[in-house]
Ligand binder design. Structure first.
Ligand SMILES: [Zn+2]
Ligand SMILES: [Zn+2]
Length: 392
């Protein structure tokens, strides 16, 4: 079974929704307009239940099949945008300066709405499908907020699936892997304290800039000397703030950075070594360091479960054709807060080609509307495959 005819027929309308969403980007948990748009659409399709306010601004729609059954699966899309000034030049560009759907969450939301509509029309399955629309994927841990709000228990969700567009991969292709697919994301800040003074009399000071410079170098040793070379770890210092005057050694300096890993043990090792390295270097040079780890809500590693990934591969192959599905793609060091849902329930996260577009988070990025029928077909086929009446 290739693309669903209905998904192809609905493409122009879903693209219209997508562009409307694109014009109204909202950040983190402030997805009030978007959540209302989603809830209104779900009600108009005839969802059996539409629940708003799950994990603050999350929305869940429940669609029950015609064939009895008690099982329930979750299909998840994200709704939030990014604080970026759009430069796509598209007619449907952001109407809010400094905010933009630069990660394609407008496309994810529109495709899952399209799938919900089709599933409401056909209901050709046993049990129920919960369509999950989450806020705050971009650093706000909205997925965790929904899980903590009882998402899985309230709707009896037994397994959960997610999808993300992938710029650079052809439209009509899918990629996935069993095990770690996306990295954990942690952030840290190091406050270095020294003794300020006259720039011409360094021997009366403890220079925090000198300490910070050694520290940045030493931190590079964690990935290159402490981590197994066959394992993946990124430790990047992204900010170094110190000093205001040309002739003054400041009292303090501040480093901020991010850590990405594909294994929990590596993630834990990196945290321990960042603390030891920062404190050790500062002490050796006469100052001190205070470390604030997990500055923002940290995301765990996104780990795909084997059985659910195999099912996702089989479904993607029916939709896109065997040669267009990579069942063992390399992991990516970016993070995803679907990781929290995969910690709560088994499931799988899949990439879907967005064609030759700028990468996610670029000001000229735009979701590819030609990809819509693939995403909708994947969701519908996944639901009908997982909830076959004979399996109940
Ligand atoms: Zn993103
Ligand atoms: Zn994203």
């Amino acid at each position: 079974m290739p693309l669903l005819n209905r998904a192809v027929d609905m493409q122009p309308e879903i693209a219209q929704w997508r562009r409307e969403l694109h014009m109204h980007p909202e950040l983190l948990y402030e997805t009030h307009w978007t959540s209302a748009f989603v809830a209104e659409k779900l009600r108009s399709f005839g969802c059996d239940e539409v629940v708003t306010g799950v994990g603050r601004t999350g929305v869940v729609g429940v669609i029950r099949g015609r064939q009895g059954g008690t099982r329930c699966i979750g299909l998840r899309a994200d709704m939030d945008a990014l604080p970026i000034m759009e430069e796509s030049g598209k007619a449907w560009r952001s109407q809010t300066p400094g905010r933009m759907h630069a990660c394609g969450h407008d496309g994810h939301t529109a495709m899952l709405l399209g799938a919900a509509r089709h599933l409401c029309e056909t209901r050709n399955f046993a049990g129920a499908v919960a369509v999950i629309f989450q806020p705050a994927e971009e650093g706000g841990a909205g997925g965790l907020a929904m899980v903590q709000d009882g998402l899985m228990e309230r709707f009896g969700i037994e397994s959960v699936y997610g999808l993300h567009n992938e710029p650079g991969a052809p439209v009509g292709s899918f990629a996935i892997r069993t095990g770690p697919l996306l990295a954990s994301v942690d952030t840290f800040a190091i406050e270095i304290r020294g003794v300020g003074g006259h720039a011409a009399l360094p021997h009366f000071t403890v220079d925090p800039i000198f300490i910070g410079a050694q520290m940045v170098s030493a931190l590079q040793g964690i990935a290159s000397r402490n981590a197994d070379p066959l394992d993946s770890l990124v430790v990047t210092v992204t900010q170094f703030h110190a000093g205001d005057a040309i002739n003054v050694i400041p009292q303090s300096a501040r480093l901020v950075g991010t850590v990405r890993a594909l294994k929990k043990e590596t993630r834990d090792m990196a945290e321990r070594r960042i603390r030891e390295t920062a404190q050790g270097v500062a002490a050796a040079l006469g100052g001190s360091a205070e470390i604030d780890y997990a500055l923002s809500r940290a995301y765990p590693v996104t780990v795909n479960h084997p059985k659910e990934t195999a099912l996702a591969v089989a479904v993607a192959k029916t939709v896109a054709g065997g040669k267009n599905v990579d069942p063992d793609c390399p992991p990516i060091m970016g993070g995803e807060d679907f990781a929290f849902m995969l910690e709560a329930r088994p499931g799988a996260f899949i990439f879907m080609g967005n064609g030759d577009t700028p990468y996610c988070h670029h000001p000229a990025y735009d979701f590819s509307d030609e990809a819509i029928p693939y995403g909708v077909s994947y969701w519908v086929s996944l639901a009908e495959t997982l909830l076959k009446p004979e399996d109940q």
